[in-house]
Design a protein around this ligand. Sequence first.
Ligand SMILES: NC(=O)c1ccc[n+]([C@@H]2O[C@H](COP(=O)([O-])OP(=O)(O)OC[C@H]3O[C@@H](n4cnc5c(N)ncnc54)[C@H](OP(=O)(O)O)[C@@H]3O)[C@@H](O)[C@H]2O)c1
Length: 166
Amino acid sequence: MTTIVVAMGENNEIGSENQLLWHLPKDLKHFKELTSGHPIIMGRKTYESIGKALPNRTNIVVSRKKNWFQEGILIVGSIKEAVKFAKKIDEDIFIIGGGNIYEQTMEIADKLEVTLVKANLEADTFFPKIHENFWKKTSEVFHEKDDNNPYDFYFQTFEKIKDNSL
Ligand SMILES: NC(=O)c1ccc[n+]([C@@H]2O[C@H](COP(=O)([O-])OP(=O)(O)OC[C@H]3O[C@@H](n4cnc5c(N)ncnc54)[C@H](OP(=O)(O)O)[C@@H]3O)[C@@H](O)[C@H]2O)c1
């Protein structure tokens, strides 16, 4: 199973100036629970935004840069290569962004784990449109804002509609 994980606002906004748009500890915990123990694939900019390898997961970073090395991560030159390596480690792999990588992986993903944040924020990076012809929402759980989590949000799961007519 290839799963995309994303947190986005009401206009599909996901980032600005290479940072996230919110701090939602409940969402970070959810992200950790989903991805721990599995390979994660990310773009070079997302890796730089996080600033370190995430523990207990093989971190695979996609970049076209040559001669670029960082401790604790596997750097590959294409998404195809990233997926090939990830699948050797585990059947369940997670694509964690950013916008550029999401655009290129919607086609190969089987599942989307979306945190829909009830906010409208200024952004420079967006998640692609989730087309209802291709994706079926199979789960939705609402979480109300609290002292530590400043926005209401939903955890949503979408599964790709397999075309059985072919
Ligand atoms: N809200 C969320 O869930 C979430 C999740 C992740 C990220 N974000 C946000 O998204 C933003 C970053 O996203 P972004 O779209 O700017 O960048 P990105 O997707 O993280 O990284 C783009 C970089 O990946 C490499 N790349 C992309 N396609 C490639 C390919 N086909 N082959 C080889 N390398 C490839 C290139 O690196 P080189 O330039 O090194 O060649 C490219 O510059 C930040 O604001 C971050 O905070 C949000």
